[in-house]
Ligand binder design. Structure first.
Ligand code: RFL
Ligand code: PHB
Length: 392
């Protein structure tokens, strides 16, 4: 097989890139190792920055999002049994965020791609990328039990954190930066209307809790738990009791309970791989970097990488200039490190450190109090949360 751009991975990064290139008249093929059903049902992100919504709109993938997406004007911070609203439009000059599940974005992009191309192969697992330094890199993949090869002008690794693209970089070129956190998130989906209008980030006595949502009738909730926790350690009643305790405030408010339909545990990690380009191989999204979900940045970073990759590849296609491609890694990494910093700070500010002491707990509360008492401090959080501008 032959194509212009070979894309490994049919997650949000790979599918959006394919859409943007296809609309610019550039031929590409997406290889996805999983089945369509698996890709469409993996529970993950839900909070979209304005720039992410704009990107989906620009490529004609926002019809359902316009109807079902929930526009939020801020978030609520809870600590010391108090609630504080952070007003995004007021603090950022009009920016908002949108709640729309990653599963739905993936469904929308897959439906478009299957309707009018480009080619998307499920159960097609890339096993090697050969000659990334040459003008014709080749992706070897296994599809329906048969090994095949895809010869490309460029390859983009959108294959997530456990993919193969990153490992193709020569060891002498790769630099990696990693940080593990001493806690995980237990995430649940529940068939119950959200008990709030905005997302609630709570630093409760027992640790962090987040109240998010998927629709007016489905809530998404997260609870800080120790590393190595198994979902079955937490029967439903225990989850609701602990969530209620962590969200508790002195005002009249209570958490509605309902049937829990999914339960999973996610470890928290920061990871950055530099550079994000080697020869004719680019990395985008979780393939190059991951952040803890407290800042809601992972999916949004994947989308901004892909917007830059698409712009650079389209510029090459239209003008023959590789100028943007030469700056791809540097431009992405600047945003990546800003999101890494923000996600780290949010995580550290809101979670109970199992090895921390009373002094650190007081510092956390002082940081939270500063955000709620000082407009510049709140504006800094709002600017980062709603998304820093793209560099171009
Ligand atoms: P993905 O989504 O992991 O997709 C990679 C795809 O590549 C396929 N693949 C391969 N295909 C072919 N050959 C191979 N060798 C392959 N190896 C892998 C995989 O099957 C998969 O389909 O990466 P992508 O596209 O970069 O997207 C990144 C996002 O999924 C991720 O950053 C977010 O989900 C992170 N995240 C959040 N991000 C946000 O922006 N806002 C949020 O609110 C948010 N909440 C979250 C999150 C992640 C979470 N978890 C589970 C880690 C909440 C949670 C709990
Ligand atoms: C989600 O809705 O899944 C979500 C929202 C905000 C976060 C993380 C996850 O910070």
């Amino acid at each position: 097989m032959r194509t212009t751009i070979g894309i490994i991975g049919g997650g949000p990064a790979g599918l959006l890139l394919a859409r943007l290139l296809h609309r610019a008249g550039i031929d590409c093929v997406v290889l996805e190792s999983r089945t369509r059903a698996y890709a469409e049902h993996r529970q993950r992100a839900g909070m979209l920055e304005q720039g992410t919504v704009d990107a989906l709109r620009e490529c004609g993938a926002a019809d359902r999002l316009e109807v079902d997406g929930l526009v939020h004007n801020g978030i609520e911070l809870r600590f010391d049994r108090e609630r504080h609203h952070i007003d995004f439009p007021v603090l950022t000059g009009g920016r908002t965020v949108t709640i729309y599940a990653q599963t739905e974005i993936v469904k929308d992009l897959i439906a478009l791609q299957l309707a009018d191309g480009p080619q998307l192969l499920f159960e097609a697992e890339a096993v090697a990328i050969e000659r990334p330094e040459s003008d014709t890199p080749v992706v070897r993949f296994v599809h329906q039990g048969r090994e095949q090869s895809l010869t490309c002008d460029w390859v983009v690794g959108c294959d997530g954190f456990h993919g193969i693209a990153r490992d193709t970089f020569p060891a002498a070129l790769s630099r990696t930066y990693e940080h593990d956190y001493p806690y995980s998130w237990l995430g649940v989906l529940a068939d119950v209307p959200p008990s709030c209008e905005e997302l609630i980030y709570a630093r409760g006595e027992g640790g962090f809790a987040l109240h998010s949502m998927r629709s007016p009738s489905v809530s998404r909730l997260y609870l800080q738990v120790p590393n190595e926790t198994f979902p079955d350690d937490w029967p439903d009643e225990r989850i609701w009791d602990e969530l209620s305790a962590r969200f508790a405030i002195d005002a009249d408010w209570h958490l509605e309970r309902g049937p829990i339909t999914a339960k999973s545990v996610t470890p928290m990690r920061s990871y950055v791989h530099e550079p994000m380009r080697h020869g004719r191989l680019l990395l985008a999204g979780d393939a190059a970097h991951i952040v803890p979900p407290t800042g809601a940045k992972g999916l949004n970073l994947a989308v901004s990488d892909v917007r830059l990759a698409a712009r650079a590849l389209i510029e090459l296609h239209r003008t023959g200039s590789a100028q943007l491609l030469d700056r791809y890694s540097e431009l992405c990494l600047d945003r990546v490190w800003q999101a890494t910093r923000f996600s780290y700070d949010m995580t550290r500010m809101l979670h109970a450190d199992p090895d921390g002491d009373a002094f650190e707990h007081r510092l956390q509360l002082a940081r939270l109090r500063r955000i709620t008492a000082s407009r510049p401090a709140a504006a800094e959080l709002a600017a980062n949360y709603t998304g820093l501008p793209l560099p171009l």
